[in-house]
Write a protein of this length. Structure first.
Length: 447
């Protein structure tokens, strides 16, 4: 590394409380000197809170700044070694544990039922802890996993402008670990809470199927499924899982894990009850490590059971599906896998992708949306080749919110807060609702 030391200055400067002991603040840009060289200045805070002024020179600004950074890193290493030696000499003090050991203790706590997490959530927490957090922070001592260490780790994940969701998930897991440590008295508090907000990606438009195209998509999927049933081809016999599933998606807005957890005794389709046919959402499919797909009697929103009305057409479809059921189905699932087991969501998604690649769906632009004298919003459904099971759920949420209310859309989707519905399930529109009449009434005192 280029750069030569010019001189060192030390003074009893008032400590900057924003800089933690054993570190330095942001190094200002190096300044050009009369002789053509560059000088970088900065301050280092010692473990006892004193600020040391340091500067380094170099032939370029970058070399001067790098030389100063190297000097600060050397000071920090020396300070850390001294501090560690002093702690180890403290009578009766237990040696500090590595963060990796603490994480393993936390994992044992989680796997034994701590926090009462869902099995799938606990598995994902453990996976991220071992795959992401331990490799980055595990070699540090627990007391060294401070705000800066946590911030460097989390912000480093998104430093390239990617992996926003991964950073947020790791933040949740790391905060959970540090909260557990604080609760056991191992550290004074949770440093993750003080980490600066992680950058957010630019919000993309919510992808939906517009109301004008829902019938066309459903009809195309249904015709494709019936054609496959009549076609002679090798392999297992074809069924109507995909068209029936898509029809239920559009009729209810359920998640794929909830759809595949539906049982025949969860639906009321043989006679009207309170003038309606019903589907009850009371569970979801999931899996545990080393076990087959299971049905869990709880939902993403807690233990909330959701009763949804369905139309006579959907009830008739379910009755026809039940009448055609021929294979073994010990679980009573509406969408069983072969052998009567619970169908895995990724298998349904794989089969849906195969179907959508063969569909030929051409959307019609509604007459009222054809551009005229005013630049109007061009409403168009997502291309069929990009539609996923969750696209149907978003489509249902957007349609109900625009036709009825946002509260009704949130209730249909099983959301406890409308904020989730608005943020992730409603497509934003360019044209605002017509409020001109209300405003004119108060502006011009209309009767």
């Amino acid at each position: 590394m280029a750069g030569c030391p010019a001189s060192d200055a030390e003074g009893s400067i008032v400590a900057n409380h924003e800089t933690r002991p054993g570190s330095w603040g942001k190094i200002p840009p190096a300044k050009r000197q009369p002789d053509g060289s560059y000088k970088a200045n900065g301050r280092y805070k010692t473990m006892d809170g004193k600020l040391l002024q340091r500067f380094r020179t170099g032939t370029t600004a970058r070399k001067a700044e790098d030389a100063l950074l190297a000097a600060f890193q050397t000071l920090a290493a020396e300070d850390a070694a001294k501090h560690s030696a002093e702690l180890n000499r403290t009578p009766g003090r237990e040696p500090e544990v590595l963060f990796a050991e603490v994480v393993e203790s936390w994992i044992s706590y989680i796997e034994e039922g701590g926090k009462a997490l869902r099995v799938s959530t606990a598995y994902e927490y453990v996976r991220m802890a071992r795959a992401d957090i331990v490799p980055s922070l595990g070699a540090l001592k627990l007391t060294d996993v401070d705000i800066k260490a946590c911030a460097d780790f989390l912000h480093g994940i998104v430093s390239g402008g990617r992996y926003y969701a991964k950073a947020e998930h790791n933040r949740a897991v790391l905060s959970n670990i540090m909260e557990w440590c604080a609760g056991r008295g191992l550290i004074p508090g949770n440093p993750v809470r003080q980490v600066a907000y992680l950058p957010k990606p630019r919000k993309k438009p919510v992808q939906i199927i517009e109301k004008e195209d829902m019938a066309k998509v459903l009809s195309s999927v249904r015709l494709h499924g019936e054609a496959q049933m009549n076609a002679k081809r090798p392999g297992p016999p074809q069924n109507l899982d995909i068209p029936d599933g898509v029809e239920l998606f559009l009729a209810t807005g359920v998640r794929i894990s909830e759809l595949l957890a539906l049982r025949w005794h969860d639906v009321w389709i043989d006679e009207l009850d309170d003038s309606s046919y019903w589907v009850q959402i009371n569970g979801k499919v999931g899996w545990e490590k080393g076990k087959p797909m299971l049905r869990h009697d709880y939902l993403k929103t807690g233990d909330k059971i959701l009763d949804l009305r369905i139309s006579p057409e959907v009830a008739a479809m379910l009755r026809a599906r039940r009448a055609m059921e021929m294979r073994s189905n010990p679980n009573g699932a509406i969408f069983p896998a072969r052998g009567g087991k619970w169908m895995q969501p990724h298998n349904f998604r794989r089969r849906w992708r195969a179907v959508r690649e063969e569909l030929q769906v051409a959307y019609d632009l509604p007459a009222e949306d054809v551009p005229g004298g005013r630049k109007q919003e061009h409403r168009q459904s997502s291309p069929i080749e990009t539609v996923t099971p969750h696209t149907f759920r978003r489509s249902v949420g957007t349609y109900i919110a625009e036709t009825a209310t946002i509260d009704q859309a949130a209730q249909q989707l099983g959301h406890s807060r409308t904020a989730v519905t608005i943020r992730s399930y409603l497509r934003e529109r360019q044209e605002a609702p017509d409020s001109s009449g209300y405003l004119a009434n108060v502006m011009y005192k209309r009767q």
